[in-house]
Design a protein around this ligand. Structure first.
Ligand code: SF4
Length: 351
């Protein structure tokens, strides 16, 4: 490559690309695998770290390629143990990831972002108030997992046990990048984590849910449902206008029949909007076609929206009603509220 050709991020190269690079540099082929291991198994974030390569080779790689690792910009700790980290991307944009520790259950979950901003404008969501700027590269998603895993080890002496794609952005609108990041996270050549520990959460794009099924993915799927009838869902999630509940249930049924992977519905309880027993009855009807767990989430008010959190006793009766209908339910009290790390609150607030 010459200076007139724009440099490529080395993490956009395949293993066979790297083998070609080594050949042109007059190096043995196995050097490519060494670099590959540094990139994906050891989570290196600069050429300097690649200590089993000669200094000359590291310098040649540095001259030829970019290494666009994300860097920690700001860390905030909640009194409940939740840690929110803002990361700076190579082009200056900021994204956020959240570490949610539940030591008593041996569960250490990272919530990762997949886009800068989001195009879907869900009315209760802080990210939806930002414009979508760009998709994250697979390596930028991967970096969040590597860095938050280190945070989990440093703070709790335990590696991550779960990964959820529920941060900023809609994963199914950056499909290829999300799947490639999961490939790196789960591959024995990468972090070797089980896909059963990964959940991709979507606002609901029926066509892409079918594509996940056709691609026979092995991770879990969550639908951000938040309302169990089209009229209400249209009000808070404009994506529902082209992807109504019937089409979503059909596509999830297709996904379940093909993959048998775990399905969950995320349901934020909003005061006097979706928290009545009538709403619970409608929701129960959407749980009949396939096994699904409903996660009822306490809302954290976001500036600039009119929504309020449902009262606790309302949530309890709502959950009890679902259970009576045979639905599996978890009520998730909100985490990280004091640092705006809770669901729907990621928006780089102090910028
Ligand atoms: S809830 Fe998710 S899909 Fe909707 S605007 Fe927020 S980040 Fe985007």
């Amino acid at each position: 490559m010459t200076d007139t050709i724009a440099k490529l991020d080395i993490r956009k190269c395949s293993l066979s690309d790297l083998e070609g690079v080594m050949e042109t540099l007059g190096e043995k082929k196995f050097r490519a695998r060494q670099v590959w291991e540094w990139l994906w198994k050891k989570g290196a974030r600069s050429f300097d770290e690649m200590s089993n390569l000669s200094k000359a080779l590291r310098e040649q790689l540095d001259a030829q390629f970019l290494f666009q690792a994300i860097v920690e910009d700001k860390v905030q700790r909640s009194s409940d143990g939740t840690i929110k980290t803002r990361f700076r991307l190579h082009d200056g944009y900021l994204i956020e990831s959240v570490l949610i520790p539940v030591p008593e259950e041996n569960r250490f979950t990272v919530c990762v972002s997949c886009q800068v901003g989001c195009s879907l404008t869900c009315s209760f969501c802080a990210t939806g108030q930002m414009k979508r700027v760009r998709n994250l590269d697979p390596a930028e998603i991967y970096d969040q997992v590597v860095l938050v895993n280190q945070q989990s080890l440093d703070n709790f002496g335990h590696p991550l046990t779960n990964i959820v794609y529920m941060g900023m952005g809609e994963p199914l609108l950056t499909y290829a990048n999300v799947l490639e990041s999961i490939d790196r996270i789960t591959s024995p050549d990468g972090l070797g984590m089980s896909p059963r520990r990964i959940t991709v959460s979507t606002a609901g794009i029926a066509k892409m849910i079918r594509k996940l099924a056709d691609d026979e993915v092995r991770f879990n799927l969550a639908l951000s449902l938040h309302a169990a009838e089209d009229g209400k869902r249209n009000q808070i999630m404009p994506i529902n206008e082209q992807n109504n509940l019937a089409s979503l249930v059909d596509s999830i049924d297709y996904f379940y029949q093909k993959t048998k992977n775990r399905i969950s519905y995320e349901y934020i309880a909003f005061r006097n909007f979706n928290d009545t027993l009538r709403d619970a009855g409608k929701l129960a009807l959407l749980c009949k076609r396939y096994p699904v767990r409903v996660n009822i989430i306490e809302y954290n008010p976001v500036e600039g929206t009119d929504f309020e959190k449902a009262e606790e006793d309302r949530i309890d009766s709502f959950a009890a009603h679902l259970r009576k209908e045979g639905v599996m339910v978890t009520v998730r009290r909100s985490r990280g509220k004091d640092i705006d790390a809770a669901c729907g609150q990621l928006a780089n607030k102090d910028l």
